[in-house]
Design a protein around this ligand. Sequence first.
Ligand SMILES: CC(C)(COP(=O)(O)OP(=O)(O)OC[C@H]1O[C@@H](n2cnc3c(N)ncnc32)[C@H](O)[C@@H]1OP(=O)(O)O)[C@@H](O)C(=O)NCCC(=O)NCCS
Length: 177
Amino acid sequence: MSAQISTRAAASSDASRITAIYNQGIAARSATFETRPRRIEDLLPRIADDRYPLRVAIETDGAVVGWAGLSSYRSRDCYAGIAEFSIYVDASARGRGVGRVLLDDLVDAARSAGFWKVVSRVFPFNAASRALCRACGFREVGVYEKHGRLDGQWLDVVIVERLIPENLAGAAGDTSP
Ligand SMILES: CC(C)(COP(=O)(O)OP(=O)(O)OC[C@H]1O[C@@H](n2cnc3c(N)ncnc32)[C@H](O)[C@@H]1OP(=O)(O)O)[C@@H](O)C(=O)NCCC(=O)NCCS
């Protein structure tokens, strides 16, 4: 099924679909601590940001069925080569390989952009996301306990990382932790 899915950089005309798919994930309360629904205007600057790729998955008819994007990990120079990632697939398109195609594609985009590591945090009960990360070469680093509250309930998160070895050689920067 994934053979029918392709990817490309997000365009401003995708903002409405990206926002709608993100808001499904926010409403479901299983992907993120975020609870405030996003507006199209919230996503437009992210789509326009040249530093952090935002990619979309599209069906053969051109319909956007998912998105994945990078964002800043930390502002310090020594962490400039690390990016956080987010990924959201439309509820009607899950479980048929879209996430796999998108996340592999995002790692390729991160490699092209020069990042040496991609990280995220996943709720322990988000089985689909943990399986997806494993399938795409991510390692589970450990668990942050009670990392935030969602609807008043403290939740742990599993830290995931994927190194991009091609970009480790010659990476410069402050080496202090
Ligand atoms: C997590 C998410 C992006 C996965 O996308 P998807 O298109 O459904 O995933 P895929 O069909 O590509 O499956 C990827 C892998 O996960 C596995 N998987 C998918 N859904 C699963 C589930 N519910 N339980 C266990 N494993 C699952 C697949 O078997 C596949 O593994 P494999 O390649 O080893 O066979 C999607 O479910 C989603 O958007 N969820 C809501 C938002 C979210 O949780 N985002 C992540 C925030 S950290």
